[in-house]
Design a protein around this ligand. Sequence first.
Ligand code: NAD
Length: 404
Amino acid sequence: MWCPGLVEGSLHSPLAVPSSLERLLPMAQLRFGLVGAGGNQVGSARGLSHARHLATLDAGQIVAVCDRVAEAAEQAAGRLGAVAYTDYDRFLRHGLDVVILATPDVLHAQQAVEALQRGIAVLSEVPAATTVEDGRRLAQAVHRSGGFYMLLENYGYRDEIELIRRLVQAGKLGDVYFGEGEYLHDCRGLNRFPDGSLTWRGQYFSGYVYIWHSLRPLLYILDDRTTRVTAMMTMQPGRLEADIRIPDNVVSLFQTAGGRLLKIRVDIVSPRPHLMDYYALQGTKGSFEGSRGFGDPPRIWLEELEPADRPGRSGPSVSWRRLADFEEEYIPDRVAAREVAKRTGHGGSDYWTLKAFVEAYRAGNPSPVDVFRALDCSLPGPLVLESARRGGAPVEIPDPRTFI
Ligand SMILES: NC(=O)c1ccc[n+]([C@@H]2O[C@H](COP(=O)([O-])OP(=O)(O)OC[C@H]3O[C@@H](n4cnc5c(N)ncnc54)[C@H](O)[C@@H]3O)[C@@H](O)[C@H]2O)c1
């Protein structure tokens, strides 16, 4: 619905796909459009965080904001000096180079497809799609349009993940054959509006498992993708709230194309302190365990650092090293920019996510988290739940590269 009370911007028609020459324009000239303003006091207003982080990068201007709630669109647009829309199609005709999707999860794929069809680059919040069919349509739209698509999965941009990836690439852990992740985030407060009605999280989180923040970092470190999952869950409707059918706890075991095993636990309803970024790896020559909170440091054990005269290397002689000890050597770029990055959210990973976009787009390079990688971590969301609902039956995970 177009709301006539809102100001309509100049109606450029950016129907052509931006050429690589246009992509080389100074970033200050980039026109961003933001969909999903938040501000409902229950959600996290992720769109506005992106607006703040963009300002840190001096990467362009948000010139238009779209939200189905007129008040939310107007408030955000007023704050950002942008034009407010409630109608997505009109918003896309504002004259945009890049659209940032920060709407409820189930809308991302379709909104991305529509933006790509208009030649607008897409930065999508997680997940890329919540069904395999939506994922297929999205991959085909990216392919047909030749447009730029990036998933803003930010946990893969954490310093710790970049450091471990570089250590793995340097062969320090040997052949890595096991990975682990946990996303334990008490989101109960995000499920319901003050009037008692369900938010989009309360409604949709019963249809897929919020697995991307655990899966993508592991797949990024290992340059791998999952092929099969078996999952089990505890689900006691009514234990927390009678009308919310979100599993209490889901544990998934994935096989990967690279012959690895990944174990991931997701729990977004249990009362407990958050632990959203736990990861671990085991390789033939080393082992990594992330922090479990409460002052526990991320640590690494490397066979090459153990004295050679200790056969078996077990018992009290075995010594972990603090992962942080390797930062200066392996991620000096991250260390140098830490103060700037920390001003953004999620331990600085929000900064590195948008910076990766800016650098790739400016250089005319491929997307750092392209549609295939985006779907590699998104498609398992509904498939994990399918396996768990079938009592742990193995479910094949399609390779999105076969969708086009
Ligand atoms: N990567 C991260 O760390 C991270 C953190 C928080 C949220 N997120 C993601 O960001 C997205 C937004 O989450 P949030 O917490 O900001 O939600 P939110 O509820 O605060 O905001 C969503 C906004 O979208 C609007 N909206 C709903 N339907 C719309 C439509 N059809 N057209 C336009 N606007 C519409 C709502 O009115 C609301 O203002 C979700 O996909 C979530 O998974 C990611």
